[in-house]
Design a protein around this ligand. Structure first.
Ligand code: ADP
Ligand code: MG
Length: 340
């Protein structure tokens, strides 16, 4: 488990003080794939580098698996860091070393014996699908392959935690997909907790179970991916969610609604079973309302569905009120919208 408690981090540059992190509180459970999303400069890299104590907080506590890193001496810290692997956007491979040597690096530092090391490196390269690249050099590999080497190296010491700093940001969509699949496999097969930072909501959508949204050094929203995608609160979160599921009525439809001065239009947001259960059908049958679907959008997250519906609900005011109560009881978020 990773616990960040009341973390502040200040940098000083050219006589100016920069608040890179402001009162951060985050809890990552064992087995989570915890995503941190934010625009450039939000503080994501600083945050993730606190977890292996490459950065020290100005104030606040960093606790990893019950151990408070603030209190450790150099030797203890080195041992704890073996539990924490890390991968990077630019892979950080040694260009003059072979793939095997790159992967072996943490094991050499651990002074593992040669035979054992050879077996371990083979095992790791096999796991990431690069067993035929042992004697190659990084510049002979594609971006995706380089990141696989980075992953193999990060796993060499059998860590319990893997930190990923924009690990797929330099890769094309297809390669991103295969690296995300590999991260998922690492999480499932080895029960390794993953903390992943990104500026792409698709990455969060595909593999994370929890997400924190960062803006200007603060965590502005945090929760399960389903909740945050389904019911985003903050403007920045809404903008990120918008990149994977459009939650606005397209302007052409809006124009027509406006021309006809259409009213009684509601936005419905729902996640999980609620999105696929025939809620609208129940509404029509039980409340005898006139229902007109204007626009819908659905996306798959965490093997369930997120749906956004725009509907026009017409009928007696009392019946409508009862229907809205019914929807709210079904955990559907409902809001009347005015077309402008
Ligand atoms: N070593 C540093 N010295 C001074 N300022 C820094 C340093 N590292 C990061 N910053 C500043 O801290 C803020 C957060 O940076 P960073 O954590 O890299 O954000 P992100 O990874 O979200 O892009 C930025 O304003 C950045 O300029
Ligand atoms: Mg960064």
């Amino acid at each position: 488990m990773i616990l960040l408690e009341q973390i502040c981090k200040k940098y000083h540059r050219e006589g100016q003080e920069i608040d890179a992190l402001k009162d951060i509180n985050i809890q990552v459970e064992q087995g989570d794939i915890f995503g941190v999303i934010g625009y450039s400069g939000a503080g994501k890299s600083t945050l993730v580098r606190l977890v292996n104590y490459l950065e020290k907080p100005t104030s606040g506590k960093v606790v990893v698996d019950g151990q408070c890193l603030n209190k450790l001496n150099k030797h203890q810290l080195r041992n704890t860091r073996k539990q924490i692997g890390m991968i990077f956007q630019n892979f950080n491979l040694l260009e003059s070393k072979t793939i095997s040597q790159n992967v072996a690096m943490p094991l050499i530092l651990e002074k593992m014996n040669k035979n054992e090391m050879k077996t371990r490196v083979n095992e790791l390269l096999q796991f990431v699908g690069l067993e035929d690249k042992q004697m190659s050099y990084p510049n002979e590999l594609s971006g995706g392959q380089k990141q696989r080497v980075g992953i193999a190296r990060a796993l060499a010491t059998n860590p319990r935690i893997l930190l990923c700093d924009e690990a797929t940001s330099a890769l094309d969509p297809q390669t991103t997909q295969s690296i995300l699949e590999l991260l998922k496999k690492i999480n499932k097969e080895y029960n390794i907790t993953i903390m992943l930072i990104t500026h792409e909501m698709q990455v969060i959508q595909q593999i994370c179970n929890k997400v924190a949204v960062m803006e200007q050094g603060e965590v502005i929203e945090v929760g399960s991916v389903l909740d945050v995608f389904g019911y985003p609160e903050q403007l920045t979160t809404k903008k990120f969610v918008q990149t994977v599921i459009s939650n606005k009525i397209p302007s052409s439809i809006k124009r027509k609604l406006k021309e006809k001065s259409e009213k009684n239009i509601y936005k419905l947001e729902m996640v999980g079973n609620h999105a696929t259960k025939s809620i609208l059908h129940q509404l029509i049958i039980n409340y005898q309302l006139h229902l007109n679907v204007i626009y819908t959008n659905m996306a798959e997250i965490q093997e369930t569905t997120l749906a956004i519906w725009y509907v026009q609900i017409e009928g007696e005011e009392r019946t409508k009120r009862a229907a809205i109560d019914f929807l709210e009881r079904q955990k559907v978020r409902i809001k009347e919208v005015t077309i402008e």
